[in-house]
Design a protein around this ligand. Structure first.
Ligand SMILES: [Zn+2]
Length: 283
């Protein structure tokens, strides 16, 4: 009797343990609804790259930059670029967003047609991200009818986007773990924003520890040429800024403040500096 009771308890304990383990394994699903969830590099990479992609080195904003080539695209972190776009980055007199990569203005607003795939999980993050953009900027999202250029929100691995308006269908891909904040970030790319840690003035504010960066990923931390930006200020709180541990190969920080301290990645909202940058292009 005693033994069977013990066994019964053991079985209960075991099932509780198993249940606990399952919970742990299921944790990424829970991150869907947590806007702060993506503090790791998981959101920084476009696809789970196999590592066997063709590496292409090109000048990008005046810096030698290594890209992964996937189909006809050049991939840098979560950004999808065309070879022409990379080439033209070196000739920019001013501004990271070229006029021809702007979304068109009509009346007081800039309009972005979009679609959402029916099988995209948690479509609420797209709605919330769109609402955030619309409440803070002159950009408006409209359901696509027959426009040639539009954003398609779709499910897939990682969080990723093209940079600027490509002129045809362009994807924002959202894995189940990509939060509303990640979606706001990817829309930032789609309207033409690049990463803040590549700002030419960043070395006055942060230190990049190249020794801690995974091999093949240091191009994500190269500075853009100073002619590429109109804002002379760097913003560690930008929604386009990497976190301290992005692409770390050893668990040590890849970016720290000048005093050596680490910082949390901000994926909640467009910062006031982000908004002033956007205003220069989408007034
Ligand atoms: Zn990004």
């Amino acid at each position: 009797m005693k033994t069977s009771k013990f066994l019964g308890l053991s079985a209960l304990t075991l099932s509780v343990l198993m249940f606990t383990n399952c919970q742990t394994e299921d944790e990424p699903l829970a991150t869907e609804v947590n806007p702060e969830a993506f503090t790791s590099e998981a959101s920084a990479e476009v696809y789970p790259l196999t590592g066997n992609e063709k590496k292409i080195t090109k000048m990008f904003f005046g810096e030698e930059t290594e890209f992964d080539q996937v189909n006809d695209n050049l991939i840098l972190g979560d950004m999808i670029l065309s070879p022409e776009q990379v080439d033209e980055s070196n000739n920019l007199a001013k501004g990271v967003i070229r006029k021809n990569r702007h979304w068109p203005k009509s009346g007081s607003y800039y309009y972005i047609p979009y679609t959402v795939d029916s099988n995209l999980p948690n479509k609420g993050r797209v709605t919330s991200a769109i609402n955030h953009w619309q409440s803070k900027t002159k950009i408006r999202f409209i359901k696509r009818t027959n426009q040639r250029a539009y954003i398609r929100f779709r499910s897939g691995s990682g969080c990723s986007s093209s940079v600027g308006r490509t002129g045809s269908r362009q994807n924002i891909t959202l894995a189940s773990g990509c939060s509303t904040g990640n979606t706001i970030h990817e829309i930032g790319h789609a309207i033409g924003m690049y990463h803040e840690q590549q700002h030419p003035k960043r070395d006055s504010y942060v230190t990049v520890n190249f020794n801690n960066i995974k091999s093949g990923k240091s191009s994500n931390f190269k500075k853009r040429s100073s002619s590429s930006v109109r804002t002379s200020t760097f913003d560690i709180g930008s929604i386009m800024m990497y976190g301290s541990y992005f692409f770390s190969k050893n668990g040590k920080p890849t970016i720290v403040r000048k005093n050596g301290s680490t910082f949390n990645v901000q994926r909640s909202k467009l910062s006031s500096r982000d908004l002033s940058v956007i205003k220069r292009y989408y007034k």
